[in-house]
Design a protein around this ligand. Structure first.
Ligand code: SAM
Length: 362
């Protein structure tokens, strides 16, 4: 069998450096596992998630960056997200668009969604992400039609983030041309999941596994800083994603949202979120790992910092301005804007996908 890391790979050299340093033994044992291509144990992940020392965190992030480099390269993928409806039938405690929260509601029309997708494609994004609350107004047939039209007109990958649907619908959407589906587990702690999501944990996990079995590029992920959540829970999330065959992970800090039962609950830790990105990269080397808007809402520079911790994707927002401010899943949600993102990343000498580079300079 081909070994994942040759002796002249960046990962091999970084692991050697760690092993020859006077860093703590726990960090060394984690590094040895990475080079042997063995999964980290729950205890090792918990240890890494809890790292606070800046030198030790730098080694963790550098190792994650080397693993990214050796497995998927250093190109940053810019994807376009369209938040097409903020109606939601669910009442998740954390979410600002939960059904019982009073926010002005909107629904984009089919043609408007397709037109916005074409605009996003013209900017050079390789994937169109369609996100919404769980809104049954958009029937199976409507979603199917939208996917087909976007595929026909843009030829870009279509990613869905529309919450729980029936397995038969997942099949129909896949046939229509959707290749990716984001359904975060939010937390694998069943008690916390059922408290904050108000819904059946087993069904969530069943649906995520169904997406994997239907050969979607399946996105999981969690919220960092949910009430009662421990580092062990976050480690379990990462282990779950590895074992379930998750290929993308949306990991973001909890941000309080006005009018929700958690509005006075503290913001999740940016430090743990960055550590979680690095651990996820070590555990699932090929993963598509976005740096999340939630992290950028705490501080834009933190969102960019995540590219030093193993991330390789950023989602820019194409929701038309008239609707965007009402997609208030949490307060002061950052608008990740295309040109600003390209400019900032170019200044940092980040390599962007060719299509984005070409379109942004034309
Ligand atoms: N309704 C779909 C679903 O639940 O999968 C997609 C839309 S939902 C608004 C997208 C993501 O927003 C959720 O998976 C959740 O992790 C995140 N989210 C919602 N409220 C949040 C908050 N207050 N802080 C951080 N993330 C939040």
């Amino acid at each position: 069998m081909l070994e994942r890391y040759s002796q002249d790979s960046l990962t091999f050299k970084k692991v050697e450096e760690i092993l020859n340093s006077n860093l703590p033994d726990n960090l060394k044992s984690a590094a040895s596992k990475v080079i042997e291509d063995r999964p980290l144990s729950r205890e090792e992940i918990v240890y890494l998630l809890g790292l606070k020392d800046s030198v030790e965190r730098k080694y963790l992030f550098d190792l994650a960056s080397c693993v990214r480099h050796d497995n998927v390269g250093d190109t940053i993928f810019i994807k376009g997200i369209i938040e097409f409806s903020n109606y939601c039938k669910r009442d998740c405690l954390y979410c600002g668009i939960r059904s019982s929260n009073k926010v002005p509601r909107y629904r984009m029309k089919e043609d408007e969604i397709v037109k916005t997708a074409i605009e996003a494609a013209n900017y050079g994004v390789d994937t169109i992400i369609l996100q919404s609350g769980e809104d049954p107004f958009y029937t199976t047939e409507i979603i199917e039609r939208i996917i087909k039209k976007i595929r026909e007109t843009t030829h870009r990958a279509v990613s869905l983030s529309i919450g729980e649907r029936e397995p038969e619908e997942f099949e129909i959407f896949k046939k229509a041309g959707a290749s990716k589906y984001l359904l975060k587990q939010e937390t694998v702690n069943k008690k916390i999941f059922e408290m904050v999501h108000g819904d059946d944990y087993e069904r969530r996990i069943f649906l995520i596994k169904t997406l994997v079995s239907l050969k979607y590029i399946t996105g999981g992920g969690d919220i960092i800083g949910l009430p009662g959540q421990t580092l062990e829970d976050i480690a379990d999330d990462i282990i779950f994603m590895r074992e379930a065959g998750i290929k993308m992970a949306g990991i973001g800090p909890f941000i309080p949202a006005r009018g929700t039962p958690l509005e006075n609950y503290p913001t999740g830790s940016a430090e743990i979120t960055l550590n979680a990105y690095a651990c996820t990269r070590l555990m699932i080397p090929l993963i598509q790992l976005p740096t999340t808007t939630a992290l950028g809402t705490i501080d834009k520079n933190l969102q960019y910092k995540a590219f030093d911790a193993g991330c390789n994707v950023i989602m820019v927002n194409f929701t038309p301005d008239t609707y965007r401010s009402n997609y208030r899943i949490y307060d002061n949600k950052r608008k990740v804007e295309f040109y600003e993102t390209v400019r900032d990343l170019s200044k940092m000498n980040r390599r962007l996908t060719a299509l984005v580079k070409a379109r942004s300079s034309s």
